[in-house]
Design a binder for this molecule. Structure first.
Ligand code: 13P
Length: 253
């Protein structure tokens, strides 16, 4: 069985004081078993968050990583630096990075390689825009985005990484994909992984992201190929985030 994972992507939100309050609330209510839970604060808050998480089961992830190891790359943060301050994971290829900051499929694949080289596990974010869905291109788009990474790193290079399917039209809009819509794409993603290697298909966790809330999480997570969630807005409220974590824990059997 795949252990569900719920990751909170805080995006560009928070402060030292607000983060501490949020973390204390999350830590106090974490399910005892049945789910892994991760938070992904902005880069400057990773080190203080690592200190707050010490001794808890909460995992720490970054929101992005540089393709570069070190050198004259002003503003960048390397995977080794993420590891150094306690990150076990990093998001890569989030749709906001792709659409607002120009991360191409090749850049995402290079970030994957950089993260793995420093033993940071990538969470590869993929998903179609509304126009792409309306044009009937959903499967082709996610296939291309995942394939760009898979073809570059191969089965062994991918093993252990996580995929997050986030339809762009569902992010921050309150318009969640229906469990049927999400499951359909998750099944296609798993089939693509399984075609490369049966174990990769079986073992890779595929998270859903896009307007997940306490009220819709259980229905989404009950679907066969949905192994948890990548949560934006609802991860900024401890009670809402914990309700989502509980929903995921309830599907672990
Ligand atoms: P929302 O949960 O706010 O829709 O954001 C989803 C997301 O982009 C998580 O990475």
């Amino acid at each position: 069985m795949r252990l569900p994972l719920v990751a909170g992507n805080w995006k560009l939100n928070g402060s030292l004081a607000a983060n501490r309050e949020l973390l204390q609330g999350v830590i106090a209510g974490l399910p005892a078993a049945g789910v892994e839970v991760m938070v992904c604060p902005p880069a400057v808050y990773l080190a203080p968050t690592a200190a707050e998480l010490a001794g808890t089961t909460l995992l720490l992830g970054a929101q992005d990583v540089s393709t570069q190891d070190q050198g004259a790359y002003t503003g960048e943060v390397s995977a080794a630096m993420l590891r150094d301050v306690g990150c076990t994971h990093t998001l890569i290829g989030h749709s906001e990075r792709r659409t607002l900051f120009g991360d191409t499929d090749d850049v995402v694949a290079a970030k994957f390689v950089a993260a793995r080289a420093a033993s940071v596990q990538p969470v590869v974010c993929i998903g179609e825009t509304l126009e792409e869905r309306q044009a009937g291109d959903t499967m082709a788009v996610v296939r291309r985005q995942l394939g760009a990474v898979l073809n570059k790193v191969g089965v062994d290079g991918f093993a252990g990484a996580i995929v997050a399917y986030e339809p762009v039209w569902a992010i921050g809009t309150g318009q969640t994909a229906t469990p049927e819509q999400a499951q359909e794409v998750h099944a296609a993603i798993r089939a693509q992984l399984a075609a490369a290697d049966a174990k990769l298909g079986d073992r890779t966790r595929i998270l859903y992201g896009g307007s997940v809330k306490g009220a819709n999480a259980a229905d989404l997570f009950s679907r066969q190929d949905i192994d948890g969630g990548l949560i934006g807005g609802a991860s900024l409220k401890a009670g809402e985030f914990l309700a989502i974590c509980e929903a995921a824990a309830g599907t672990d059997s």
